[in-house]
Design a protein around this ligand. Structure first.
Ligand SMILES: [Zn+2]
Length: 454
């Protein structure tokens, strides 16, 4: 048993994000297999362990949770045609490019997104892929995440209304609704793990209520509830969307979601930027989840989601980096910083503290994904740990006063140490098993070929 234990010791600070919000200077964490066995501070005797990792000059936190992403979009970061346009024009510019994507590029994009997330201290992520061109599959994504070691909630997205049906995407990007439900059901059966510490879960996730039929939205909710899995989609991202909803359905987006049985503690929405006070109350009362994506909302000029009002109303709120084409960075600490800063534009300097922003990315994200085994460093929780060095140039000065807050206020750093489910993924700032230079070069070749159409 001793062989399997790991002791992370002598940390400058262990920020637990447990119920008591303990912050332990000179702290240590004992890990036994996939779980945390004990956590202590400098005043408590350190236990023996099979392997000891020196965490001097590091802040240790629970690994961050990313609640919304589109991994494949790493191939289309900073594409000139989509740099300076709002959501609908952005989609129109990018759909034809994504429609050309083939499995080797899709696989490479998944590797790059997982690696970038992990290196930013993220240990659990949900991905929302809603088009599966040319034989790209959820199976491939799940295999890549498992191989790299990221805890993964694969949201099986879909679109069924193409241009000929009055939608935005080319017809070649959309699927038959029967096939969507059948493949989603298959993925749940093949991969969804209900057990504690599960590394793979499956989510039912049509792209948005406007890219599939009302019937598919209802059938998706029924499927998810019959199989005990969660539901995810985009909602209330832009004012354009709100106008479209009012025109087409005669109601606001949240009312549409309610009609379709899409609220509750098994549902989470990406964005929710433009809710009315009544919509905030309804999502709060049903404990619906929100993936707040501040960078994407700024990048596309979408607006500022009122996340304090959501949380006060009872909604579950976490953070998402969103797709790499509308954020261009899959960096959770960067997202945490932007969440803090953007709320201040809305509500003043006291609107969101560094610790509150970090809590959104840990406990908040865990709640959004429906998990009680991640998001805190405490006995019995999964051994998902991110360690950041504080003896660095960007943190000079900041770390001397408040090392935890400095991680958010100062320039976002990469993690120096990352462990997922007891497995060490990053050590001394480097991946233990991945050759990043080779993977980046390969991804660059795929990205150039995809966008040029060659
Ligand atoms: Zn999105």
């Amino acid at each position: 048993m001793l062989i399997e234990t790991v002791l992370l010791r002598n940390a400058a600070l262990v920020a637990t994000f447990d119920d008591a919000e303990r912050e332990l200077s000179g702290g240590w964490i004992l890990i036994d297999g996939p779980a945390i066995a004990a956590v202590g501070g400098s005043g408590e005797a350190e236990p023996a362990a099979g392997r000891v990792v020196d965490a001097s000059d590091m802040v240790l936190l629970p690994g961050f949770v990313n609640t919304h992403h589109h991994f494949y979009q790493t191939l289309t970061r900073a594409v000139p045609a989509a740099q300076d346009v709002e959501l609908f024009d952005w989609l129109i510019a990018l759909y034809p490019v994504w429609a050309r994507m083939e499995p080797p590029a899709f696989r490479s994009a998944t590797v790059i997104a997982c690696a970038e997330l992990l290196l930013s201290g993220c240990t659990t992520a949900s991905d929302h892929t809603y088009m599966w061109p040319n034989g790209c599959t959820i199976d491939e994504q799940i295999a890549v995440a498992a191989e790299i070691g990221l805890r993964f909630h694969a949201a099986r997205g879909s679109m069924s209304i193409g241009r000929s049906g009055g939608g935005l995407p080319p017809d070649s990007c959309v699927e038959d609704e029967g096939a969507i439900l059948a493949d989603t059901d298959r993925a749940i059966g093949a991969y969804h793990d209900r057990a504690p510490f599960a590394m793979t879960r499956v989510v039912v996730a049509p792209c948005s209520p406007f890219s599939v039929s009302e019937n598919l939205m209802r059938e998706s909710a029924a499927l998810a509830r019959a199989r005990g899995v969660h539901l995810h989609t985009h909602l209330a991202e832009t004012l354009d969307e709100e106008h479209f909803c009012l025109e087409r359905y005669g109601c606001r987006p949240v009312e549409l979601a309610e009609r379709l049985a899409w609220t509750g503690d098994d549902v989470w929405f990406a964005h929710a930027v433009h809710p009315s006070p009544d919509e905030v109350r309804r999502l709060g009362a049903t404990r619906t989840g929100i993936a707040h994506c501040p960078t994407s909302n700024m990048r596309l000029g979408s607006g500022i989601a009122p996340i304090r009002a959501f949380a006060a109303a009872g909604a579950r709120v976490g953070l998402g980096v969103d797709g790499s084409a509308s954020n261009d960075a899959s960096h959770l600490l960067d997202e945490i910083r932007h969440a803090m800063l953007l709320q201040r534009v809305l509500g003043g300097a006291g609107a969101l503290s560094a610790r509150e922003a970090l809590r959104l990315a840990t406990r908040g994200g865990a709640a959004v994904l429906g998990r009680d085994d991640i998001g805190a460093l405490a006995r019995g929780m999964a051994a998902d740990v991110a360690g950041f060095r504080i003896d660095t140039l960007p943190l000079a000065g900041g770390a001397a006063h408040d090392p935890l807050a400095a991680l958010v206020f100062c320039r976002p750093a990469n993690a120096d140490f990352v462990m997922v489910n007891g497995r060490t993924i990053v050590e001394r700032g480097t991946f233990v098993r991945l050759d990043i230079a080779r993977l980046v070069a390969e991804h660059g070749r795929h990205a150039r070929r995809l966008v040029s159409g060659a």
